[in-house]
Design a protein around this ligand. Structure first.
Ligand code: KG4
Ligand code: ZN
Length: 334
């Protein structure tokens, strides 16, 4: 079964070909132009997708030695995301569907992130818990099977990746800042220095909620920057990054652990751009045990066409394919 996956929901144009769940070819264009503005500009994103989507598709097909008409399924992100950006991917996919009569399915981007796990971990056993942490979403899901995935808690304000990007902006890093913050934090050596600066971890008054909040943490970093001299902030930027990263990871892992205790599920997985973070991965292994945790490799954590193809394949195998029906605000709906 050969599936073409197309992703264009935000600022990555990505196309991949999967054969029986294995990646044959995958190409991603990341739109660097947004760093000029400190965040994604929807119109700029749509135009950049339009310029790249056909080039990337031709390239992945050429790399696999495939003609478009030999595809068995086209899977395209149709929700959630930026309306204009989604429109480019969906229109292009519908063009291929119409021209060559290839079956097509719309894919929910969040389901795509979760399915990124199955590309490298074929034998991950359900039910498992998955923490999806990206620039636009942060939530914990209980995954049973394709079509049965329940949200147990989610952010009430900023997403974890959004918090990285906003704090990065305050500290002078270009957008997106997650990776730069991790690199800066890794410059700290020794425990004494690390503990010099700390930031609060949000807790809700009700014990039952597994929701997250990151806007208070962002304000705490902002206030810290405003109440110290520029020289002090510059000299201590690695410590600030380390303390911020620790606060985010602690919040994410505390809730995932609470979910595990509530449901009695010992297997935990990470997905989404923030899952690239090495500190988060190590802390998760420490809490759950290395044998009980799963992560996609970094190229499959950030937005990519391979995860959309994998989600499409799972949908096909469980008779859930659907005609793309663009909905920029739709939740996971499975
Ligand atoms: O999943 P993704 O590519 O796009 C969305 O669906 O949002 O995630 C992008 C997010 C950005 O906020 C970026 O700063 C964050 O993932 N990110 C990281 C790291 N690499 C990317 N956050 C923390 N540590 C990283 N190493
Ligand atoms: Zn994403």
């Amino acid at each position: 079964m050969i599936v073409l996956g197309i992703e264009s929901s935000c600022d990555e144009t990505s196309v991949a070909v999967l054969k029986d769940g294995c990646v044959l070819s995958s190409r991603t264009h990341s739109q660097d132009e947004h760093s000029l503005y400190g965040g994604v500009v929807p119109e700029v994103a749509s135009r950049a997708h339009l310029e790249k989507i056909d080039i990337l598709t031709k390239r992945v097909l050429d790399e696999c030695g495939l003609a478009a008409r030999s595809l068995d399924l086209i899977a395209v992100t149709d929700s959630p995301g930026l309306a204009g950006a989604l429109l480019v991917g969906v229109s292009f996919a519908l063009g291929l569907h119409t021209a060559y009569g290839i079956p097509i399915t719309g894919v929910n981007h969040l389901e795509g992130h979760i399915c990124s796990l199955f590309i490298e971990h074929k034998n991950i056993e359900a039910p498992f818990l998955v923490l999806l942490a990206s620039g636009g979403h942060t939530a914990i899901y209980r995954y049973e099977q394709s079509g049965n995935c329940r949200c147990l808690g989610q952010t009430v304000d900023d997403a974890a990746g959004e918090a990285f990007d906003k704090v990065g902006k305050l500290l002078g890093f270009p957008y997106p800042a997650g990776r730069a913050i991790e690199e800066e934090a890794s410059k700290v050596s020794g425990f004494k220095e690390t503990e010099k600066i700390t930031f609060p971890v949000a807790r809700f008054s009700s014990q039952k909620t597994l929701d997250f909040s990151f806007s208070g943490l962002k304000t705490a970093v902002k206030n810290f920057i405003l109440t110290n001299t520029g020289q002090y902030i510059k000299e201590n930027r690695p410590q600030i990054c380390r303390a911020f990263q620790k606060a985010v990871a602690t919040s994410l892992i505390n809730n995932l652990w609470a979910a595990s205790e509530n449901c009695g599920i010992k297997t935990a997985a990470l997905a989404g751009g923030v899952a690239c973070n090495g500190y988060l991965r190590e802390e998760l292994k420490t809490r759950f045990g290395a044998d009980n945790v799963f992560f996609p490799s970094p190229a499959l954590c950030t937005d990519n066409g391979a995860m959309i193809a994998m989600a499409g394949l799972k949908m096909y195998n469980s008779n859930r394919t659907r005609f793309p029906d663009m909905d920029p605000a739709r939740g996971i709906n499975m």
